[in-house]
Design a protein around this ligand. Structure first.
Ligand code: FAD
Length: 409
């Protein structure tokens, strides 16, 4: 027999916890958050550096304190959080199967907010050659091993990637007494803030190897070296016993796919309009499943919008109307949200998130519908970092004008 709930939030990271808290504040009675891990809080739980909570809580906190604050706030509002509770199936009629310590459980929620986040692509998905050996991590795996399980990591590491999260990996390796012998990026410069790069260079003396890729990870039982190739085709070996693959995100989309929700090929997550409504009218999404990845506060503030939209659905006040899709032209790889529901107001934080995978030739971003230019804005476009495009132009969208295109000017 399936348990009925008003709202099921899947994932207890910043987006899910904030959505659940907001639902309670909007008067929704029975709000359940399903979390597959033993402790709620999402990625920030094991990201032990400051930089969390700025836009949503107006505080500057480290990851674990931020996670605890969101969990406490949700519980105080009356949200039920079920830990060790993995949602494993979702049928087209809305029936949800979860696996917990009590075995298999069935749920029939009236609305669902998907907040399962995003993950870094592991070594095999990046097509790097080599055996399955010990000593290979993503940043998330590394931080869990160091801070949660307190495992010994190794002595010499190569960090693959040079974006924000790569510097987070560097701090974790330093905390674990591992020397970083190289940071490698395929781009011609790092993609983080200059302060992070110079801090790492001066404090940890980490050599940055630009326009370089990892060809293979070598070793029989554990990592012994990596083979690097520069853009001139020259190969070299770097001795190390740890390799950390950072960034290169993919949305945790598998559940959405099972329920038949339409996915966006760019973000890999569900396709949504500015109300964060998916292709199913009672399913909403929030956080990094929609934009892999932004900061936690941006993910959390999505939760407020998704909760509002879900509450409107539950009270029979969902807006209907014409939807216009938004496409991106290279070098953009995705935009989020990807649809405009005409007359439905602004997206979260009055902006669209944009993503590039290469440093582009221009900074001018143009929004066009047919032959009509709706808007243009100069943006700092850096691979591995979201750029925020203002959404003022939404009110000029013509419901009969065809798809909107975002391109470089
Ligand atoms: C190394 C690192 C450093 C970072 N540093 C910063 C920083 O300094 N400041 C900042 O603002 N942001 C930082 N970020 C980004 C920030 O952590 C994310 O933006 C934020 O966690 C996204 O929140 P979310 O709720 O969308 O997803 P997540 O935090 O990933 O939470 C998703 C949750 O869903 C759960 N889940 C997934 N599938 C299921 C399922 N089927 N059933 C049940 N539960 C499920 C997961 O277990 C997880 O707890 C960092 C990220 C990383 C990886």
């Amino acid at each position: 027999m399936a348990e009925n709930v008003d709202a099921l939030v899947i994932g207890a990271g910043p987006a899910g916890l904030t959505a659940a808290w907001a639902l309670k504040n909007l008067g929704i009675e029975n709000v359940l958050v399903a979390e597959r891990e033993a402790v709620a809080g999402g990625i920030p739980r094991h990201s032990h550096h400051p930089g969390y909570g700025i836009r949503d809580l107006h505080r500057f906190m480290n990851g674990p304190s931020y996670a605890k604050t969101l969990v406490t706030r949700a519980k105080d509002a009356g949200v039920r959080i079920a830990n060790n509770f993995s949602v494993t199936d979702w049928e087209q009629d809305g029936l949800i199967t979860a696996t917990s310590k009590n075995g298999r459980q069935l749920l029939m929620p009236q609305v669902v907010i998907l907040a399962t986040g995003a993950r870094e692509r592991p070594r095999p998905a990046r097509l790097v050659a080599g055996n399955r050996v010990r000593g290979i991590y993503t940043t998330g795996e590394l931080q869990q091993a160091v801070y949660e399980r307190k495992l010994p990591i190794g002595t010499r590491a190569v960090v693959v990637g040079a974006e924000h999260v790569s510097f987070s990996a560097l701090m974790t390796l330093n905390h674990a007494d591992v020397k970083v012998v190289a940071m490698v990026t395929e781009h011609h410069k790092h993609q983080s803030y200059p302060a992070f790069y110079f801090g790492a260079k001066v404090r940890y003396q980490v050599p940055l190897r630009t326009t370089t890729s990892v060809v293979s990870v070598n070793g029989t039982d554990r990592v012994e070296s990596v083979t690097l190739r520069d853009n001139g085709g020259n190969e070299s070996n770097v001795e190390c016993d740890v390799v950390v693959f950072t960034g290169n995100w993919i949305a945790d989309y598998e559940l959405a796919q099972r329920s038949g929700i339409t996915r966006d090929s760019g973000t890999t997550g569900p396709l949504v309009n500015q109300l964060l409504r998916t292709s199913q009218p009672n399913v909403f999404a929030a956080g990094n499943i929609l934009h892999p990845v932004t900061t936690a506060d941006v993910a959390a503030l999505d939760g407020v919008i998704a909760a509002r939209s879900a509450a409107e659905y539950l009270t029979g006040r969902s807006l209907l109307g014409n939807t216009v899709s938004i496409n991106v032209a290279p070098p953009f790889t995705w935009v989020s949200p990807q649809q405009v529901l005409v007359g439905a107001g602004m997206p979260p934080r009055n902006c669209f998130q944009l993503w590039v995978t290469e440093f582009p030739s221009s900074s001018l971003v143009v929004v066009q519908q047919g032959t009509q230019t709706l808007f243009s804005q100069r943006l700092r476009l850096v691979p591995g970092r979201p750029a925020e495009l203002k959404s003022d132009w939404i009110s000029s969208v013509d419901p009969a004008g065809g798809p909107i295109q975002i391109r470089l000017g």
